[in-house]
Design a binder for this molecule. Structure first.
Ligand SMILES: [Mn+2]
Length: 426
């Protein structure tokens, strides 16, 4: 299914009058504060987030999985679904592939379909957290950290292979997330596991094309419950530093212990020029993989405040790879992703409103009350009319969720693909 621009334009018509009133109000409000709303609209329009190829079907938990119907059962259908998202939102302009779940069979056809939706290929993701059908050796007790040379080597070769696949599609980065760790005390030697991981990552790094980046993701626990080899940003930074200039840390919002100050981690990594990628999601307790902004929108805003500051002040930090990394257990994945994209852009736009000069001055004066006022004034501004205008200017939907429902997208997908199609992935 492909959504045509005319379909969106005709549904936009009924929203236009109301939108114009709201936009005028928002622009006037910003204008009175000396903020150019049109510049913010342009920045929102340019902001693109990669959709992971594993997030387009029903996720599930270890207790069960509930299907949606109409799920994409192959890579091309997944690209079609991202095309729907991109047509509606103008924000989902790339895909992050998971290998081997979404290894292309016909590269030209895959590239053609992606191009027809204006979708590019973002970071490719390796998988050494589960055994594949034809695997010779098992990752049950670790992959890049494993105490056995042959198992480590199999995992290294897999990562190199993933980069080669990504190269054929135009990707420029590899994301490595390891499930490696221990579930019981004494199970593994911490020092040897970390040393093995460092050596393995260096082997992979050495084989990456020179214009590629490697992102090292961290996570404190799960699937192992006693220790994880790359447990935190410090370990990730240490490993990235030992690999080289093109290795960076990747921050996944759900990969922190409760109440961790993620915005400070972002600031620290950007200061050192070592923040490479970002995975959006939200959580209440752990790596819950919930819709972005569903639980802690203010924390998301504070994180974006540091990202915006870092992008303006840390020229040594590369452009960031933005990706959603969530799982959809009880919502239609496409509706959930529309909500996530909206939440990301709202937080970004609000962070752009922060009066940086006045904030610096208030910090300098130790005027703590004023500092809070400045941040919360930005956070409490309704930026949704700016998002709507950015979409309207890009021929996307003023209200993506309403258009998605008005066009009966899910019903159409079910009619075409059936009620029992299953998407590979989480
Ligand atoms: Mn992630």
């Amino acid at each position: 299914m492909k959504i045509e621009k005319q379909q969106i334009a005709s549904l936009n018509k009924s929203k236009k009058a109301e939108h114009t009133v709201q936009l005028d109000f928002a622009l006037n409000q910003l204008n009175s504060k000396g903020i150019d709303g049109h510049a913010i609209i342009q920045k929102i329009k340019d902001f693109q987030v990669a959709i992971p190829s594993w997030a387009l079907g029903a996720g599930g938990t270890r207790f069960g999985r509930f299907s949606y119907g109409g799920e994409p059962s192959n890579l091309h259908e997944k690209l079609d679904d991202i095309g729907i998202l991109h047509a509606l939102t103008n924000t989902a302009g790339s895909v992050s592939l998971h290998i081997p779940w979404d290894t292309p069979e016909d590269y030209d056809a895959t590239k053609q379909i992606a191009a027809s939706h204006n979708i590019t290929f973002d970071a490719v993701n390796s998988n050494t957290f589960q055994d594949q059908k034809d695997a010779k050796l098992s990752y049950k007790f670790g992959s890049l950290s494993n105490s056995e040379d042959a198992i480590r080597n199999q995992a290294i070769q897999h990562n190199i292979e993933v980069a080669k696949i990504g190269e054929k599609l135009g990707s420029k980065s590899l994301t490595v997330w390891l499930a490696d760790g221990a579930t019981f005390p004494g199970q593994s030697n911490f020092q040897k596991a970390l040393q093995n991981t460092e050596n393995s990552l260096k082997e992979i790094y050495k084989e990456l094309p020179l214009d590629w980046r490697m992102f090292i993701e961290y996570k404190p626990y799960e699937p192992n419950f006693y220790s994880t080899v790359i447990q935190d940003w410090g370990t990730s930074l240490m490993l990235a530093n030992s690999c080289g200039d093109r290795a960076f840390c990747l921050v996944d919002l759900g990969h922190h212990l409760p109440n961790t100050n993620i915005e400070q981690i972002v600031a620290t990594l950007m200061l050192k020029g070592k923040l490479g990628g970002f995975h959006f999601n939200d959580s209440k307790y752990g790596d819950d993989d919930l819709t972005v902004g569903a639980i802690k929108p203010y924390a998301l805003f504070l994180i974006f405040n540091e990202l915006v500051y870092g992008m303006a002040n840390n020229a040594n930090n590369p452009d960031l790879a933005w990706m959603i990394d969530a799982s959809h257990n009880i919502k239609d994945p496409l509706e959930d992703l529309i909500q996530s994209l909206e939440a990301i852009l709202i937080a970004y736009a609000q962070a752009l409103l922060v009066d940086q000069d006045t904030l610096r001055a208030a910090q300098q004066d130790h005027d703590v009350v004023k500092c809070q006022e400045i941040l919360q004034d930005a956070y409490r501004t309704d930026v949704r009319p700016l998002l709507k205008e950015s979409r309207l200017q890009a021929d996307a939907a003023i209200d993506p969720l309403a258009v998605y429902r008005d066009l009966n997208v899910r019903e159409n997908l079910i009619n075409k693909r059936g009620n029992d199609s299953i998407a590979s992935g989480l």
